[in-house]
Design a protein around this ligand. Structure first.
Ligand SMILES: [Zn+2]
Ligand SMILES: [Zn+2]
Length: 187
């Protein structure tokens, strides 16, 4: 499989028992959606702590991503169809490249630690604005759940979190919160 960003042949690696592929040239990452969701629910600081290192700050990661983020549409490394820009989670305002049919994400350098740390901080923040976002999201999810039960439709691919827009979820209130605003609330 080749990197959709720079066409270098990807390297298979395993990080925290999760299989993914990385690009040795641009440091992009290709990862399956269930694996990425699993990582979101795992402490993003554990590996750095164990190795005695210091994790990058959210501000530093956001700056890296601001520079690395690919704006053009890229082909899926697996099926070659155009990938879409979407969030991995409605609460995380970072646009990733995803192939819906393959359930495959491409993340530019810095995006993987950024979305992981953001998700972790969002879940643990006690800032009242963040708590309000979490409450609204939970309310919207419950509404979705009810609708789904009434319509008898299956859940989001069995992975528990709807895709940003691909899930067809109306979460406009989340879309008005920018990454900069969110970082201001967390720090
Ligand atoms: Zn690359
Ligand atoms: Zn694909």
């Amino acid at each position: 499989m080749r990197c959709p960003g720079c066409h270098t042949i990807l390297t298979r690696i395993e990080q925290e028992n999760i299989k993914m592929q990385t690009c040795s040239n641009c440091y992009g990452t290709v990862i399956q959606r269930p694996a990425l969701l699993h990582l979101l629910h795992t402490d993003p600081y554990a590996a750095t702590r164990e190795s005695g290192g210091t994790p990058s700050s959210l501000a530093d990661l956001a700056a890296i991503v601001g520079e690395s983020d690919t704006k053009q549409i890229m082909p899926c490394p697996q099926c070659s169809h155009s990938m879409q820009k979407d969030r991995v989670h409605p609460m995380i305002p970072v646009q990733l490249d995803i192939c819906g049919p393959c359930m495959l994400y491409y993340l530019d350098v810095g995006e993987l630690p950024l979305v992981r740390q953001l998700y972790w901080e969002l879940q643990h923040s006690t800032d009242e604005r963040v708590v309000a976002i979490r409450d609204k999201y939970a309310g919207a999810m419950m509404g979705m759940e009810r609708q789904r039960e009434e319509a008898g439709t299956p859940s989001f691919g069995g992975v528990g979190v709807p895709m940003g827009t691909l899930g067809g979820l109306s979460m406009e209130f989340l879309r008005t919160v920018s990454l900069a605003e969110l970082l201001g609330m967390i720090n």
